[in-house]
Design a protein around this ligand. Sequence first.
Ligand code: FES
Ligand SMILES: [Fe+2]
Length: 363
Amino acid sequence: MNAPLTETMTTETTDDVAAVKGVMLRDAWYYALASADLRAGTTTHRTLLGEPVLIGRDAGGKIFALRDTCPHRGTLLSRGPFDGKEVACPYHGWRFATNGQCTAIPSQTADQRPQPADIRAQTFPAHEAAGNIWVFVGARNATPPPLPALPEAAKRPQLHLVMRFPCNIDLAVIGLMDPAHGAFVHKSAVWRSEQSIHEKRKSFSPAPGALGWRMDKHRASSNSRAYRLFLGGQPETEITYTLPSVRIEHASTGRYNYVGLTACTPVTADATDVHHVMYWDIPGGALWRPVVRQVAHRFLDQDRVAVIAMQEGLAFSPSTMLVRDADTQVRWYYRLKREWLAAAAEARAPENALTPTVLTWRS
Ligand code: FES
Ligand SMILES: [Fe+2]
């Protein structure tokens, strides 16, 4: 049965959603890996939006990214040796500088073409900040926008977790942003329980200068006991979500801070890496790492299991609905995603049509 289209409830197959489902947005920075996972003089492979990317750190510590297929016959360059300056293909030894310029083709005689000067491997803009490595995936001549901005307090990560969700980018993103699943998916003594569900009213504003929105600064929810245990006092929280897939949460008592960065990176059309990076600055804060790692890992895994159950249900193509106001952010996500694609197709700057709004739901 199809739900009626009313003010408070709408089928999910509206224009906002249908045209953009599962599409991987290009011309954006994507979280590739944690800085700590890339030592100087090494390279690694990541698949980002279905594209093969070699990410490396040269002998001087500078990061770079190349298309990870050899321009000769396609071998993964990341399988070859790297001397801290040049990547060598493991098959015929063609060599490439970190800017993509070919520097050696061992099989060619001096009078044969091509010569190294004729060959370049494609590069990707790569940037490192606050312990995170981002890669820009998009048109070769596009100018990358600024990186997602983290609060001042986020300098050196205390923790980085990554978990692969076997689903498209949308299910990962909306599975994590959903405000009403906590009591059911994350049952836990220190976090939430069904008994603690109560009405929430939160005000939201459009994210400044980006396609996204911000849950304005508010006193941390009374069923988020973990924050109070961790930071002490009466923390205030602000959450910003910006497309394509970056959520930044900042809880602060004024004195101490917690910053959580959640960034979803499409690997392929049906696999998404969920990165979660945490910063905190309470005294002796590093001592918390083992326990926080364990809790965060369990949390993320609960989300992964929930998303898989949804994905398995959706495989039967049920009609679904987005209710107000608990599902409103999901709706915003799809609406802004549509705007992103429309703006790209029309070669104009995207417009954030969201307006300040108060949302009410129970969780
Ligand atoms: S495939 Fe890379 S050098 Fe031949
Ligand atoms: Fe969750």
